[in-house]
Design a protein around this ligand. Structure first.
Ligand SMILES: Cc1cc2nc3c(=O)[nH]c(=O)nc-3n(C[C@H](O)[C@H](O)[C@H](O)COP(=O)(O)O)c2cc1C
Length: 388
């Protein structure tokens, strides 16, 4: 079983991620991880904080001479702002009290529920961990998962299909495996030039108003074999695992597998993916309405998931009412310099979560303590399928 845990606060000295259950022999270099972290910082509409977040990373264990050892891989992601000393007192782990408690929880954040649940009067005790800075650690784990999947011919990519009111047409061409570089070159990680301009205009207009935007990201996995996940238990269904993993990303409010919301309004005769056979390609489908998953198992077609992100709750102008937890007086959520949108970056986190689920299910199906063993088992399965 592939497992991973992250630790660390947004303005603390570092984040750390431990990934357990990887086979030995996966080629892995810091540059691979750094490249993914760089992709997470992409996106028009993001503020200067992203510059501080340029990540310095190091392996703490699990990798020797550029290959995994089969032992837990641990990676440290330094917080470059920590060196400035700005956060040293505020985020010190030594006993003491803060001079600047944040007593006004921000609506749309974890602040109030977290303060109530854990018994805090300083929202920082919650927000430092609830912050999406944590996704940097996930992205490192996802980069490792992608390295593994690449050896099995599985690639995961994402693109933004909606940003605020600007959306890609339902007739637009779906990007393929080779299109990731082009998507990353788009300032909003959109594959459609017309929608891209509309999205940038949306961001400019929201920025002018001191407002924020949400959107939708589509995440695609090409090359997954039939049979990842299972119909036999609720918690082994691939669609269920993907929905949980994608929904766990901060600010995500809905997940759609394939054309889930659209087919709900169609008749059955129009809602499914007919099965065909050709000698060259085996079983094929003309459509991807089920998102490449039937009965909780991958079908061998492209896996399609969409995730909807709410507009960022921190705004550049104070409009949302809140209450001071000490005085109980009503006030407005404090004004902070913040990004207009993080939808383009959320796509990279979405890829991460899908890659981690697919890596986990691949390891569960094919097993193996070394990459070679895993590949042998995978090849054996594909050969057996070809004989069926
Ligand atoms: C990549 C990424 C970046 C984010 N950046 C911000 C941000 O700059 N400002 C903000 O208010 N929320 C941001 N969020 C969302 C908050 O972390 C999230 O809304 C908050 O923790 C509350 O969680 P919930 O929305 O899931 O309830 C970001 C989320 C992601 C995935």
């Amino acid at each position: 079983m592939l497992r991973y845990l992250t630790a660390g606060e947004s303005h603390g000295p570092a984040l750390v991620v431990t990934i357990e259950g990887l086979p030995s022999g996966i080629p892995l270099e810091l540059d691979d991880l750094a490249a993914e972290l760089g992709r997470r910082r992409l996106g028009y509409g993001r503020g200067p904080r992203m510059r501080f977040e340029a990540d310095e990373i190091e392996f703490l264990g699990g990798v020797r001479h550029g290959r995994t050892l089969g032992s837990p891989v641990a990676v440290l992601i330094h917080n470059s702002e920590w060196k400035t000393g700005k956060w040293a007192a505020e985020m010190s782990s030594a006993p003491g009290v803060t001079q600047k408690p944040l007593t006004q929880p921000r609506p749309g954040h974890a602040d109030l529920a977290g303060m109530q649940k854990y018994g805090f009067v300083d929202a920082r005790d919650v927000l430092e961990r609830a912050s999406a800075r944590e996704t940097a650690a996930r992205v490192v784990a996802g980069a490792v998962a992608k390295q593994l999947l690449q050896h099995l011919g599985i690639s995961v990519l994402s693109h933004v299909t909606r940003l605020g009111a600007a959306a890609v047409s339902s007739q637009a061409v779906r990007p393929g495996v080779g299109d990731l570089a082009a998507i990353d070159e788009s300032e909003v990680r959109c594959f459609d030039a017309t929608a891209e301009s509309a999205m940038i205009a949306e961001i400019k207009a929201a920025a002018k108003d001191g407002d924020s935007l949400g959107g939708i990201v589509e995440i695609l996995a090409y090359g997954a074999p039939p049979g990842l996940g299972s119909h036999v238990h609720w918690d082994r269904r691939l669609d269920g695992m993907l929905a949980q993993a994608l929904m766990s990303i901060q600010a995500m409010k809905a997940v759609e597998i394939g054309e889930g919301f659209t087919v709900a309004g169609l008749r059955g005769s129009e809602a499914h993916d007919a099965i065909h056979w050709t000698d060259d390609h085996g079983y094929t489908r003309d459509t991807a309405r089920a998102g490449g998953i039937e009965g909780g198992m991958s079908t061998g077609e492209v896996i399609v998931a969409r995730v909807a992100m709410k507009p960022l709750a921190t705004l550049n102008r104070p409009v949302l009412a809140t209450v001071d937890v000490v005085t109980k007086l009503e006030t407005v959520s404090f004004k902070e310099r913040t990004d207009v949108t993080a939808v383009p970056a959320a796509g990279v986190v979405g890829e991460t979560m899908m890659a981690l689920v697919l890596a986990q299910e691949t390891l569960r199906k094919f097993g193996g303590d070394s990459l070679d063993e895993l590949l042998r088992n995978h090849r054996g399965y594909l050969d057996a399928l070809a004989q069926q």
